[in-house]
Design a protein around this ligand. Structure first.
Ligand code: SAM
Length: 277
């Protein structure tokens, strides 16, 4: 049974998100999430060892915690960094990580988008991480991260559960460009997203306007506050990418070795290699 968090209780609000996602009774979404988790484990497991895994829009850390705590996949990861714009999501992710404290838990950090100021985290340079740490008053968290970044390690940058779908269409390319830049030369980009055609066909009723979400959860993230007007427009989801748009945008941005697999029935997971020169 879901409980409604009070607007000020952000950690609960973010937990509410987990319940909603992980325990959804909505069959198409449940299947998508199950298959996405399996695919991400497979992909990351096949790319390691010594991977630097970045997740853009890591939310409550569902995906990264799943990867890092998996016995075989977790050991392929040198460091996992989740970045999000919502402080409540970051707080919930850190709390979950600290409660978990299991295998490999020291190899995972969650940072607010501000910290990325430092193109730093994304550049993967130790010195920048240290300065980000001071600037954000998050010393211990980032100091732990520092030193674990292997300068020449392989990178994989993940966007999971349709995070790209929450962006204004005008900003989607910028988001992908940032993923590619962060993946570094020859890095891997993994985008899991709903396909607008499949979504409309199988799960149109899952779409909820932002005011409806706020009424339901009693809270609103800073991201949503800025984007409310845009997201609330009827038919917003119909402007999500379809599979072919996403692939051609990645090609235009210079990615190679692009492949995709269907996550039944709502969307796809697309794998691309960033520029190798
Ligand atoms: C659909 S949720 C997915 C969360 C997570 N990837 C998962 O699989 O559970 C989208 C997340 O992206 C975050 N987000 C939205 N805009 C962002 C931005 N510009 N930069 C970083 N994170 C952002 C939101 O706060 C939210 O946590």
């Amino acid at each position: 049974m879901l409980t409604k968090p009070s607007p000020s209780d952000w950690v609960k609000a973010a937990r509410f998100y987990d319940t909603e996602v992980e325990e959804t009774e909505y069959v198409p979404l449940a299947r998508f999430i199950r298959e996405e988790r399996r695919a991400l484990r497979e992909i990351v497991g096949s790319l390691g060892p010594d991977l630097l895994v970045l997740e853009f829009g890591s939310g409550t850390g569902r995906v990264l915690l799943d990867l890092i705590s998996h016995p075989r996949v977790g050991q392929k990861i040198g460091l996992a960094i989740g970045i999000d714009i919502s402080p409540s999501m970051i707080a919930a992710a850190r709390e979950k990580r600290d409660i978990y404290r299991g295998r490999n838990f020291q190899k995972i950090v969650f940072l607010h988008l501000n910290a990325l100021a430092a193109s730093a985290v994304f550049g993967g340079r130790k010195i920048d991480l240290a300065s980000v740490s001071r600037a954000n008053g998050n010393g211990p968290e980032l100091v732990r991260a520092e030193g674990r970044i292997v300068p020449r390690c392989k990178r994989v940058v993940i966007s999971a559960l349709n995070t790209i779908g929450v962006f204004d269409p005008r900003r989607k390319s910028a988001y992908l460009r940032e993923m590619i830049r962060s993946a570094g030369i020859g890095g891997t980009i993994v985008v899991s997203s709903f396909d607008r055609t499949a979504f409309a066909r199988y799960a149109g009723e899952l779409y909820r306007s932002v005011p409806a979400i706020i009424e339901y959860t009693g809270t609103i993230s800073p991201f949503m506050r800025n984007e409310t007007a845009e997201l609330s427009k009827p038919g917003y989801y119909s402007r999500w990418y379809d599979h072919f748009d996403l692939i051609s945008t990645l090609k235009e941005l210079g990615c190679s070795e692009i492949s995709s697999r269907k996550l039944a029935p709502l969307g796809n997971i697309i794998l691309a290699r960033s520029k190798s020169t």
